[in-house]
Ligand binder design. Structure first.
Ligand code: TYC
Length: 101
C-alpha cells in the first residue's frame, strides 16, 4: 500500500497589519475665545480641564498643537465635529488631520 497521506505541507498564517494612525491637530487663530477652545477639547476629545488648557495654550503660542492620535475614521470624524462646533458660532476654529509617518 503506497503512502498517500495528505497532510498539509504548509501552515496557513493570518497576518493582521496594524492600522495607520492619524494625528488630530488644533490650529491657532486670532478670533476663537480661549474658553471655547477648552470647552470643545473637553467635549470632543474627553480631556480634563488642565489637559485642554495646556493644548489650547500650546496652539495659541506655537500656532498648532497635536491633540491626539486615532485611526483615520475616528480622527476625521472628531476633527470635523470639533471644527463644526466653532462654525456653529461663527468662529474660525480649525482642526486638521495628518497621517503619522
Ligand atoms: N488665539 C486665540 C485668542 O487669543 C485663542 C485660541 C487658542 C484659538 C488656540 C485657537 O487653537 C486655538 N483668543
Amino acid at each position: 500500500m503506497p503512502d498517500v497521506t495528505t497532510l498539509p505541507k504548509t501552515k496557513a498564517r493570518t497576518r493582521t497589519e496594524r492600522p495607520r494612525l492619524y494625528k488630530v491637530i488644533l490650529l491657532n487663530d486670532d478670533y476663537t475665545p480661549r474658553d471655547f477652545v477648552v470647552t470643545v477639547l473637553k467635549a470632543v476629545f474627553r480631556m480634563t480641564e488642565s489637559e485642554a488648557y495646556g493644548v489650547m495654550l500650546t496652539a495659541h503660542r506655537r500656532g498648532a498643537c497635536v491633540v491626539a492620535v486615532f485611526t483615520r475614521e475616528v480622527a476625521e470624524t472628531k476633527a470635523k465635529e470639533a471644527t463644526d462646533a466653532g462654525r456653529g458660532l461663527g468662529y474660525p476654529l480649525a482642526f486638521t488631520t495628518e497621517r503619522e509617518t
